[in-house]
Each structure stands twice: as structure tokens, then as C-alpha cells.
Design a protein around this ligand. Structure first.
Ligand code: NAD
Ligand code: BTL
Length: 486
């Protein structure tokens, strides 16, 4: 772990084996911290913030450091991509794309670091001046999940450092390798001691301490809804700032007038990309009745052809699930779907291919005849499982899509752009794609409506999340007001 500018073991000397989900081989052993290690790191981050060395550094200089991290990621991108594939099982092509994105995120926030000089506002009080400035929040606890380990960390690290905060990072305990490597790159970049800290270990100890500590000013969390709720409660002790990026059950509405080939291809990618382990996966396909049968038949054919395998093999289209435990969760949901009366069209089992038996693989699975009252439609499975519902009218499509506790993302496919824009305006989601699925980039804010989260990452709001807003009022002609008699 990296605490106060030094590489250290866990205070308990405990270690954890990191497993390759493709074959269950141990690929690394890392320090396994607990609450005590988190406390050391928080204290270091607190001291580093309070001494002002980093937070008082001019924005332009902070931006240069953040930009340097991007350059080092570019330099080592192949090594990072390989580590990510080893750790998560995702294809190397996906990991390479992630690394390009990640470098872009650091470059984007580096560019924003010196762009906000505050704002002079009109004061209604005579002989006064008012300005509004943004300042760093302070010590930031940053907790990330296993599905996009470094990407989700980058969305937090880059804006936090650009804004002048100090950080304690806690990656998912099962996929820490790329965050570890980037911490080395941040050491190489050279930050004052205590500005960057990395503590590995379980959520229940390390994560809980970050959420609970009164020395942490902001907790930024990406992960599941139940963990998010717990963090909100734990963080209430010192009313710390909270940013939550939680799950989704994202609808994909396809109208009969959509380009058929594009819509089928995108529907497949929407849900089965990265074995469905994507917060914004298009796991709910909402199809116009008149194209339902033809669309479903085509989807089935293509889902059966998805090539599962080792993320390092060029012809692999999808890797394994992350763990045995997670595969069991997915299997359990498939059973629930069957019990609820959804019709299993394809998949619903582990693959029989002998080469895949050591990995946590699960076949791309599609249910038809689904209705919104089913758990398989409402709950986040986070695996390669698609549910299909039908609609007759535009109004019905919107009603079905919005019938969810989640509000992360959704899409609409149609050639009628007026209709698409109308629907985009009505969907209660943080991101709506028209005739596309999945694009996200550093310039556009990302986050959820409803129970998909609080706050936004990326874009200008992604930097603002890491700032406090201060109003400075100056009386330019001070004199007694004599409210109380002298
Ligand atoms: N909205 C987004 O942008 C986004 C992006 C990626 C993933 N996700 C969501 O992440 C989830 C999958 O990730 P996961 O299984 O790693 O989620 P998770 O909630 O199990 O774990 C996420 C992180 O929280 C930590 N944690 C667990 N218990 C904790 C506690 N009590 N206190 C503090 N920290 C704790 C874990 O150790 C891990 O680092 C899915 O629901 C997915 O939708 C959302
Ligand atoms: C936010 N995103 C899409 C990169 C990953 C979600 O799991």
C-alpha cells in the first residue's frame, strides 16, 4: 500500500491472493489492509491537506502534474491493459480502449485545473463587492468497483487532484492491480507526501473507515446500491460530502422504424459487452410489438454465436464473470426469471466447452415474455442476461422504461428524430442515447437519477464535485451601523 509517500505492508502483515477469473490462477499477492491502515492513510491525507502545500499550488501547476500522469499512462498503456485483462477477464481490446479513455480523463481534468478563477457577482448592497470562489473539499475517500477498476478510479483521482484535494484510494479488493500500478505512476509524477494514498482491503473494514472517519471531507463511491445506502448512513456522522455512482437497469427502446441491422447489433452490444458487467448495460430491451418476433429471432442467432474465451485471445468476444460468487448470483437470477414465468429463449447455463471450465463463464442469456413486475426486469443482474418486453405506443414505451427504481442510462432507436428527442426528454435518466448505446467520454457528465446515485462524474460537474463553493463579501466602506446603541 502507499501511505504518506512510502510503500508499506498492511499493519497486520496480511496479504490477499488475486485471482485470474479466466482460469482461477493466482496472479499476484497484495497487502490486505484493514481499518488501522485506513486510519494511517487518512491521517496522512489530512496532514497533507491542512499544510496547504498541494491545495495552495496554482491550478496551472496542478494541471501539469495531472497531465504528467496521463503521459505516464500512455507510456505504460500496454502493461496496464494486460494487467486489467488478467485481473478482470475482459478482452485485451476492451482494456486497451479503457486505457485510452483513462489517459483522456487525466488530460481533460488537467486542462480544467486552472480554468475557474471564480466569479464576481452583482451585490445588492451598496459599497460592497462580492465574489464566488471554488476551493478544494479536503480529504477525499475514493472507493471503486471491480468491473472497470482503473477507469472508475481515474474518474475520481483526476478531478480530485486537479482541484487540489488529497486522496485515499480504495480499489475493489479483488481487482487492485491497475490502481496499484497507477499509484506507482503518481509517485513517479511526484506529489507532496500524503497527497496520494492507496489502501487495499475489504469494504467492511477499509471502506467503512473511509466512510465513517470524521477526518474525511468527501466520500466518492462507485458500486452497488446496497453498499451505497450503507455508505450514506455511515458518512452521516460528520455530514461529509457524498458522491454515489450506483447501479442501473437500463432500458433500450427500439421502434419498428429503427434501422433494423443497427438496432439488433447495438442491442446485442448494449447487454453482452463485458459479459453484462456494466452499470449502464442495456439489460431491458423494450421492443415495438410489430418487429418483436423478427428482432428476437435475429438476436437469438447472434447471442449463440458470441465467442467466450480468454481475454488475451484475439478471437474472444467476451470473457468470464468476475468470480464464482458473482456467477452464482447471476444463476440465481436466471432461476428467479424462470419461476416468474419469463420464457428462456437462449443461454441460461454455463458453457460446456472444456476449455472454459476453469473460468467463471456464463452463456449469453435472453428472456422473452417479460413484464415490469418481474424481479428479473427490475433488479440489476450485472451479468449477460437480457429481458425483453413489448410495447404498442410511444407513451407506453416511456412508461415501461421509466418504471424502475434506477435512472442511470437508456436508449431509443428510431429514424423519427422528433420522436427520439421527445422520448429523450421524458426518460428519467442521467444519460440518454439516441440511435446508439454506451458512449461516454470525459467531456460529458455521468451519473444517475433516482436510486442510481447522487452527483456527477466527468465533465465540468465532475470537477465541481471536488470543490466547495465560497462567497466572499467585502464592505468597501466599513463604518458603524449602530443597530445597538454604543
Ligand atoms: N454508476 C456507475 O458509474 C457505476 C460504474 C461501475 C459500477 N457500478 C456499479 O457497481 C456494482 C458492481 O461493483 P461491486 O460488486 O464491486 O460493488 P460493491 O458495492 O460490492 O463494492 C464496491 C466497492 O465498495 C467496497 N465496499 C463494500 N462494502 C463496503 C462498505 N460497507 N463500506 C465501504 N465500502 C464498501 C468494496 O470493497 C468495493 O471496493 C454494480 O452495481 C454496478 O452497477 C456503477
Ligand atoms: C461507467 N461505465 C460505463 C464506464 C462503467 C459502468 O460500469
Amino acid at each position: 500500500m502507499y501511505i504518506n509517500g512510502a510503500w508499506v505492508n498492511a499493519a497486520s502483515e496480511k496479504v490477499r491472493d488475486i485471482i485470474n477469473p479466466f482460469n482461477q490462477e493466482v496472479i499476484a499477492q497484495v497487502a490486505e489492509g484493514d481499518a488501522e491502515d485506513a486510519k494511517f492513510a487518512i491521517a496522512a491525507a489530512r496532514e497533507a491537506f491542512d499544510n496547504g502545500e498541494w491545495s495552495d499550488t496554482p491550478g496551472a501547476e496542478r494541471g501539469q502534474k495531472v497531465f504528467r500522469i496521463a503521459e505516464l499512462i500512455e507510456r505504460d498503456k500496454e502493461e496496464l491493459a494486460e494487467l486489467e485483462t488478467l485481473d478482470t477477464g475482459k478482452t485485451l481490446e476492451e482494456s486497451r480502449a479503457d486505457m485510452e479513455d483513462i489517459a483522456g480523463v487525466f488530460r481533460y481534468f488537467a486542462g480544467l485545473a486552472d480554468k475557474d478563477g471564480g466569479e464576481v457577482i452583482e451585490s445588492p448592497i451598496p459599497d460592497s463587492q462580492s465574489k464566488v470562489v471554488r476551493e478544494p473539499v479536503g480529504v477525499c475517500g475514493q472507493i471503486t468497483p471491480w468491473n472497470y477498476p482503473l477507469l472508475q478510479a481515474a474518474w475520481k483521482i483526476a478531478p480530485a487532484l486537479a482541484a487540489g484535494n488529497t486522496i485515499v484510494l480504495k480499489p475493489s479488493e479483488i481487482t487492485p492491480l491497475t490502481t496499484l500500478k497507477v499509484t506507482e505512476l503518481m509517485e513517479e509524477t511526484g506529489f507532496p507526501k500524503g497527497v496520494v494514498n492507496l489502501v487495499m482491503g475489504p469494504g467492511a473494514t477499509v471502506g467503512n473507515e473511509l466512510a465513517e472517519s470524521h477526518d474525511v471531507d468527501l466520500i466518492s463511491f462507485t458500486g452497488g446500491i446496497e453498499t451505497g445506502k450503507r455508505i450514506m448512513q455511515t458518512a452521516s456522522g460528520n455530514v461529509k460530502n457524498i458522491a454515489l455512482e450506483l447501479g442501473g437497469k437500463n432500458p433500450n427502446i427500439v421502434f419498428a422504424d429503427a434501422d433494423f441491422e443497427t438496432a439488433v447489433d447495438q442491442a446485442l452490444n448494449a447487454v453482452f459487452f463485458h459479459a453484462g458487467q456494466v452499470c449502464s448495460a442495456g439489460a431491458r430491451l423494450i421492443l415495438e410489438d410489430s418487429i418483436h418476433d423478427r428482432f428476437v429471432e435475429e438476436l437469438k442467432k447472434r447471442a449463440e454465436r458470441i465467442k467466450l474465451g480468454n481475454g488475451f485471445d484475439e478471437d474472444t468476444q467476451s470473457g468470464p464473470l468476475i468470480s464464482a460468487e458473482h456467477r452464482e448470483k447471476v444463476e440465481n437470477y436466471v432461476e428467479i426469471g424462470k419461476e416468474e414465468g419469463a420464457k428462456l429463449l437462449v443461454g441460461g447455463a454455463r458453457p460446456e466447452n472444456p476449455e472454459l471450465q476453469d473460468g467463471f463463464f456464463y452463456l449469453p442469456t435472453i428472456f422473452t415474455e417479460c413484464t415490469t413486475d418481474m424481479r428479473i426486469v427490475q433488479e440489476e443482474v450485472f451479468g449477460p442476461v437480457l429481458t425483453i418486453e413489448r410495447f404498442q405506443t410511444e407513451e407506453e414505451s416511456v412508461k415501461l422504461a421509466n418504471d424502475s427504481i434506477y435512472g442511470l442510462a437508456g436508449a431509443v432507436f428510431t429514424k423519427d428524430i422528433d420522436k427520439a428527442e421527445r422520448i429523450a426528454g421524458k426518460l428519467r435518466m442521467g444519460t440518454v442515447w439516441i440511435n446508439d448505446f454506451h458512449p461516454y467520454f470525459a467531456q460529458a457528465p455521468w451519473g444517475g437519477y433516482k436510486q442510481s446515485g447522487i452527483g456527477r462524474e466527468l465533465g465540468k460537474p465532475g470537477l465541481e464535485e471536488y470543490t466547495e463553493t465560497k462567497h466572499i463579501f467585502r464592505n468597501v466602506n466599513p463604518e458603524p451601523i449602530h443597530w445597538f446603541k454604543a
